[in-house]
Design a protein around this ligand. Structure first.
Ligand SMILES: Cc1cc2nc3c(=O)[nH]c(=O)nc-3n(C[C@H](O)[C@H](O)[C@H](O)COP(=O)(O)OP(=O)(O)OC[C@H]3O[C@@H](n4cnc5c(N)ncnc54)[C@H](O)[C@@H]3O)c2cc1C
Length: 522
């Protein structure tokens, strides 16, 4: 069998990769050793940036219908409900999804799997990677089907989206530096009743223990997460009831279990590879980075790895860009993975550490800090931009260019930033970014047909696949104010909604420099 891209692993990362390649019309094969998508809820938090990508794919409405909005977080300290912090519109004006969506990983996987099937493809289930080799021209992989059949697949490129113990990463001999947290944690999906009000997020703390309760769709349905009490660590057939009997009196907390749908214990690791690419093979998702679940970032980061790589891979296999474009995948995603491992680890330590100072902070300061952070516009905005991943920029990467001229205020987005979201008179800024190609957004005072023609002719001649939009100040001046631009401005926006190029004038020679850097075959 031959294909352009072989994807190993059909967890959320692999399925997103396949969905994106299907959008771009790239030929791919996706395999997984499992029999089907997961039936476990696992990751629960879907961040705004992921929802924005889902919106571009036309599946955000289904995600919202099947999930629920995380409306508020409540701190319960020594059994008392201390603070309630409203999260229902915390990112107001910053994203079409100004909140955290709670949607189980199993449902995310189902949405993506349906997306691929609707595009006429599907996962080869029960098929596991045995080994592979790569040379200058391609990757050759040997796979085993459960019924005993062996497959040999030759692919131009291969993606290891094969999870934390990634066989692809191991066979590439790549390092996965980091550590494992000494505590053991539990996760349980339950139906319960208790005295606390609201189907919201509750963080219950005392000096030695914590129990985080995440709302899930359905009456009284919650995901409970905490540390397994030390005396129970070696207990055989440990059940969730055993954990609760130990934990609830200490937390001075009362709840009645109706039903336990899933209970598991696990270790938390923080590890990152030193490169997301080795020749014709890429790593994405948990195969490249794992960290604590604090902040609900893991699944979202894997999805965004795939979203970053897919359009670049599409341009390369369709011979519209040279393979050096693919180097920008590691350049853009590795620094973020490193940063994430450090920040989620610090946040996690604040919740689980037994250090007396950290303990004092957790019980006496943390709820107030979170309340304060969300009370002021600037800190609320910063917190939302960070957790939702909409604030992530690629300004330091090489795949961006700012023309030296232009009359911009400090709030104007730069090349390397996600294009900002806000409502316009006719819709929102994201209406311009729905397609699969680059988008040229040309902002000017009044209609300028000759300049539009000049741009359009240039893109045609240079064989650059791009959609051209003209946005007039006379039609909607608020767009210019919101963008922090005053005069003529050109933004070239990548298929993943990031600004690649910004200029205060039409300078074809300068645009050419941008495209020649990475985006042409030269
Ligand atoms: C309890 C828990 C709670 C979590 N909560 C959150 C949260 O709230 N928010 C969040 O963002 N993240 C959360 N996470 C993390 C999230 O589940 C992972 O980050 C996510 O599953 C990673 O997706 P992935 O596709 O990269 O890897 P995986 O989901 O691990 O998928 C890898 C796939 O590769 C397949 N595979 C492996 N080896 C082979 C082989 N040799 N051949 C073929 N197929 C193979 C596997 O069968 C698997 O299907 C949580 C995780 C856990 C365990």
């Amino acid at each position: 069998m031959q294909t352009e891209v072989l994807i190993i692993g059909a967890g959320p990362t692999g399925l997103m990769m396949a969905s994106q390649l299907a959008r771009f019309g790239v030929d791919f094969i996706i395999v997984d050793q499992k029999a089907s998508i997961t039936d476990k809820s696992k990751a629960l938090a879907v961040q705004a940036r992921t929802m924005e990508a889902y919106q571009q794919m036309g599946i955000s409405e289904a995600a919202l219908e099947q999930g629920m909005i995380g409306r508020a977080v409540n701190f319960v300290v020594n059994g008392k409900q201390l603070r309630r912090i409203d999260l229902s519109n915390i990112g107001s004006g910053l994203s079409p999804f100004p909140y955290i969506t709670m949607l189980e990983q199993s449902k995310n996987e189902a949405l993506l799997n349906n997306f691929i099937e609707e595009k006429g493809s599907g996962v080869l289930w029960n098929t596991s990677l045995e080994s592979f080799t790569q040379n200058e021209g391609h990757v050759t992989a040997i796979l085993n089907h459960k019924d005993g059949e062996q497959l040999t697949i030759q692919a131009d490129w291969m993606i290891g989206a094969d999870g934390a113990s990634s066989p692809v990463r191991k066979q590439l001999g790549m390092t996965f530096k980091g550590d494992t947290h000494e505590q053991t944690f539990f996760v349980a999906d339950v139906q319960l009743t208790w005295k606390l009000e609201g189907h919201e997020l509750f963080i219950c703390l005392d000096k030695n223990n914590f129990l985080a309760c995440f709302p899930m769709k359905g009456d009284g349905h919650f995901r409970l997460v905490g540390a397994v009490p030390v005396p129970l660590l070696n207990k055989e057939d440990l059940s969730f009831e055993d954990v609760l009997v130990d934990l609830l009196p200490k937390l001075n907390f009362d709840l009645q279990l109706q039903n336990v749908k899933w209970f598991a214990t696990y270790k938390i690791h923080h590890r990152v590879v030193n490169n997301f690419q080795r020749d014709r093979c890429f790593l994405a998702g948990d195969a490249a980075h794992i960290h604590s679940p604090a902040g609900g970032q893991g699944m979202n980061t894997g999805l965004m790895d795939a979203y970053n790589l897919a359009w670049k891979l599409a341009l390369v296999v369709q011979e519209k860009a040279s393979s050096k474009l693919l180097k920008t995948y590691n350049e853009e995603r590795l620094p973020f993975a490193n940063q994430l491992v450090n920040t989620t680890d610090t946040a996690f330590e604040a919740i689980v550490s037994t250090n007396p100072l950290v303990r004092f902070f957790r019980l006496n300061v943390l709820p107030t800090v979170v309340k304060t952070l969300t009370s002021f516009d600037t800190t609320r905005e910063l917190a939302f931009k960070t957790v939702s991943q909409i604030g992530l920029n690629y300004r330091k990467g090489s795949l961006k260019r700012n023309h030296q001229d232009g009359n911009f205020t400090s709030k104007a987005p730069k090349a390397g930033d996600r294009f900002p979201y806000f409502p316009t008179k006719t819709g929102t800024t994201f209406d311009w970014l729905k397609g699969t190609s680059f988008q040229a957004l040309y902002f000017c005072e009044t209609a300028d047909a000759p300049k539009m023609k000049q741009l359009s002719n240039y893109f045609k001649l240079a064989k650059i696949d791009i959609q051209l939009h003209q946005i007039l100040k006379t039609t909607d001046v608020s767009i210019f104010e919101n963008l922090g631009i005053q005069e003529e401005t050109l933004f070239l926006v990548r298929p993943d909604m990031y600004i690649g190029y910004r200029s205060g004038e039409i300078d074809l020679a300068d645009i050419e420099i941008y495209f020649e850097q990475h985006l042409t075959l030269v």
